[in-house]
Design a protein around this ligand. Structure first.
Ligand SMILES: Nc1nc2c(ncn2[C@@H]2O[C@H](COP(=O)(O)OP(=O)(O)OP(=O)(O)O)[C@@H](O)[C@H]2O)c(=O)[nH]1
Ligand SMILES: [Mg+2]
Length: 265
């Protein structure tokens, strides 16, 4: 099992079929796991109807209600680790992330030496298309604020288009991850960085969604603002490393442990 793209969905009936086709049409052997939170618009049924067309490649996990993006990904990460996928991707359903960029994220991890490859809007060559000015300002402000508080050297800390090597998700104590919105994206990168994994930013052009409605809200922004402060504070006491290590991860973990002893333990 090599590559799996996790797509969390809530009311994405206008996008889901086309995004699945776009990824499978790459002919690059990506598998896909959709995590649907009981979308009232029937997103899950669309996925289930397509499963027979893509046997062994398209999976769905259904949860009972809207439990948040962060917990959806944690659920997906655990599922993917269990199935032994080596490269685990995060991607939105709404075409903000271009499926053609999946290969570049994969290459950054597979050949470029990264443990985490981030599809980055704010690194050289990256950008945002047709987002309103206030949304860009919010996103850039969040990046700057995060860097100032955490000192994490990532230009796009709220990015949600990512490739993780399996070892990263196995090493992070996923049960310690607390946040659900933008703060979740920041927290995952922060944990990987604290554990001394190599993070690489790959420039991408991010497009605003054309179909469906945004699930962004004030609560998510608030979680982000307070979350970053909490993250910094808790990082003085939290150990993101899984307490029980398996033999496959222990080499890297021990190496990282030495580099980071003073920071996290
Ligand atoms: N399973 C699950 N998926 C969610 C939840 N909230 C959002 N999503 C999905 O997560 C992805 C990102 O959500 P978006 O609403 O696009 O959030 P955004 O990108 O910040 O905002 P816009 O692009 O402006 O819409 C989409 O695929 C959503 O369907 C949730 O609570 N549960
Ligand atoms: Mg979106």
């Amino acid at each position: 099992m090599e590559k799996i793209v996790i797509i969390p969905t809530f009311n994405e009936k206008e996008n889901i079929e086309s995004i699945l086709h776009a990824i499978f049409n790459l002919n690059d052997d990506f598998h896909i796991l959709v995590i649907d939170d009981g979308s009232p618009d029937g997103t899950a049924q669309i996925v289930k109807d397509l499963q027979s067309k893509f046997p062994g490649k398209l999976f769905i996990e259904e949860r009972v209600g809207k439990l948040g993006l962060g917990t959806a990904y944690i659920h997906g990460f655990k599922w993917a680790i269990e199935k032994d996928y080596q490269f685990i991707f995060e991607m939105d359903a709404d075409f903000s992330h271009n499926p053609n960029d999946l290969g570049r994220l994969y290459d950054a991890c597979k050949k470029g030496g990264a443990d985490v490859a981030i599809g980055s809007r704010y690194t050289n060559g990256g950008g945002v298309v047709n987002w309103p000015k206030n949304r860009i300002a919010l996103s850039k402000g969040a990046s700057l604020y995060t860097r100032m508080i955490t000192w994490m050297p990532v230009k796009d800390p709220t990015a949600g288009f990512i490739c993780y090597k399996k070892v990263v998700l196995e090493t992070i104590n996923l049960d310690e991850i607390q946040f659900v919105g933008y703060a979740f994206q920041i927290e995952m990168k922060f944990a990987a960085w604290k554990l001394a994994f190599k993070i690489k930013e790959v420039p991408i052009i991010f497009q605003d969604r054309t179909f469906g409605i945004s699930k962004m809200n004030k609560g998510i922004v608030k979680e982000g603002i307070l979350g970053v402060l909490k993250l910094r504070w808790h990082s003085l006491f939290t150990n993101y490393r899984k307490r029980v290590k398996n033999s496959e991860t222990s080499d890297t973990s021990d190496k990282n442990m030495k580099q980071n002893e003073f920071l996290i333990d």
